[in-house]
Design a protein around this ligand. Structure first.
Ligand code: IPE
Ligand code: IPE
Ligand code: MG
Length: 249
């Protein structure tokens, strides 16, 4: 289960967030979309700090999807520059706060400058034991599953793996987020109620929290509301409620 006696089971161990609504936030203010993305960085900072304060162990943020490459080239290139700039500005402070930073997604699609910054940030913070912060850039759930399938096939073709040895655990071990428990709670801001190709495999049993708040407006109270929602859920994993209540006695 979830570890030591001091673990608070009403708290999610791992929260994943689809940070949506930057463009609409900007449009409401007659600003270019990029102003919304810039404002969203402040929400990231506030959310990371508050998640750590609340004792959340792992936070995964969806920053750029494999489908977001379809956006206008100017928006994409400004976003990539914003990621580089945010890394330059934030990593030292994250490191001071013992945050361990990790990126998931298809790095082969990213520019060399960003890939270098990502690798440096991961190396610098690798041994930190505070909040584990995962940022999904150029990530798609279908890409993740397809890559895992490809690796597993390669191993079987090479004779290193028997088909009978393939099970859920081994397939998951070929995906991103290895060594991190699946998200307990998924938050999506911006009013849409869809997953948009985020962690398709890993969200199998996540509790889902959708809110209308646009990402640049998301602050501590919004995260608290999502955690409160999670705490009130009974997670049954296929069992009946009666079975769980009997097990608690
Ligand atoms: C989320 O905000 C940020 C990214 C997908 C990069 P959007 O840019 O999707 O904002 P809306 O949905 O257009 O308001
Ligand atoms: C999902 O938001 C991706 C990120 C937040 C990074 P989108 O705005 O791209 O999702 P759709 O296109 O509305 O489904
Ligand atoms: Mg959007």
């Amino acid at each position: 289960m979830r570890g030591g006696a001091s673990t608070d089971l009403s708290l999610p161990v791992h929260i994943a967030i689809i940070m949506d609504g930057n463009g609409r936030w900007a449009r409401q203010r007659a600003l270019p979309r990029h102003a919304g993305h810039r404002a969203g960085v402040k929400s990231v900072r506030a959310t990371v700090e508050h998640a750590a304060r609340r004792g959340i162990k792992c936070l995964t943020l969806f920053a750029f999807s494999s489908e977001n490459w379809r956006r206008p080239a100017d928006e994409v290139s400004k976003l990539m520059n914003l990621f580089i700039e945010a890394l330059q500005r934030e990593v030292a402070e994250l490191h001071r706060n013992k945050v361990r930073l990790e990126f998931i997604g298809d790095r082969s699609q990213l520019g060399d400058g960003l890939v270098r910054k990502i690798a440096a940030a991961e190396a610098q913070t690798a041994n930190n034991d505070g909040l584990h912060l995962v940022v999904a850039v150029a990530y798609g759930g279908r890409w993740d599953i397809t890559e895992a399938a490809r690796r597993v096939c390669r191993k079987t073709v090479d004779g290193d793996l028997q088909v009978e040895e393939i099970d859920e655990e081994m397939l998951a071990s070929e995906m991103q987020l290895v060594g991190i428990p699946d998200p307990d709670l998924l938050i999506r801001t911006g009013g849409e109620q869809r997953v948009s190709n985020f962690l398709l495999w890993h969200l199998a049993y996540a509790e889902l929290f959708f809110c209308d708040t646009l990402w640049p407006d998301f602050r501590e109270a919004d995260l608290d509301a999502a955690i409160d929602y999670f705490s009130a859920r009974q997670r049954r994993y296929g069992h009946t409620g009666d079975q769980l209540e009997a097990a608690e006695c």
